[in-house]
Design a protein around this ligand. Sequence first.
Ligand code: GLN
Length: 206
Amino acid sequence: MKQLKIGILAYHGDVEEHLEAAKNAAKKLKQNIEVIPVRIKEDIINLAGLIIPGGESTTLYKLCQREGIFEQIKQVKNIFGTCAGAIMLAKTVDNKTPDQKTLELMDIEIDRNAYGRQNDSFETEIKTELGNIKAVFIRAPRIKSVGKNIKVLAKNQDEVIACEQRINGNYYLALCFHPELTTTIFHEYFIKKIAGTFNLILTLDS
Ligand code: GLN
């Protein structure tokens, strides 16, 4: 069976936690998946999926530009963005800094700093399409609206906090919180979606 390779954008944010969560998710699914940190162009070659961790979206953009991988990331077929990573995926971003760009891959409008600064962080139980989890929000962005091709996977009260989009054979998953701190279910879900793209047969349904 072909070995899939998943990358974690590794400039800053919860890189270690995502590496662990992705490895554990692969183990739970009994999949032989290589999980690698991504920093330079060569790391992106042959990636089946990329995870963009939370952190700071302006900084993420600048570092991707500096390393010359910003445009190249768009060629990865499956991308999972959490928090600042979700901002990176959005087509429309409110409160961007003047020199900030995003990948503009998903039909969502997101407010970058909707919940204020660092101390405006909270933890709450949420019901998702994948099961109930504890979600940690850290200076979380707010998804203000979603396009008609977006599937919502979780809401907190009335607000969309997890959603996905399949478009032109590509797959994108965006979360406003930090799943890597509490659960692997979204990493497992992402792996299953990727495996679907590569027509691999998994032991679990996808
Ligand atoms: N609001 C932050 C930003 O602009 C994201 C916060 C986070 O990733 N925890 O990038």
